[in-house]
Design a protein around this ligand. Sequence first.
Ligand SMILES: [Zn+2]
Length: 75
Amino acid sequence: MPLYEYVCQDCQVTFEVLAPMGETVAECPNCRSADTRRCPSMTHFRHADHWQKDMMGALGRSQERDQQKRESKRA
Ligand SMILES: [Zn+2]
């Protein structure tokens, strides 16, 4: 059975469910709501997003350091 990622429309919690093909209804484990949506490729996107955030974070930090260096020279 494929592993699907769902997001609860009520509490925005994401959870993974082993669901049979075609099964689209899953109950939120957090608030028991049935108002959930399936995100078939969320897992893939989530990993890419994390990687991107890490990269952006590293870039942002090094830029910040450069700026601080420049400013301390100016001072
Ligand atoms: Zn919920």
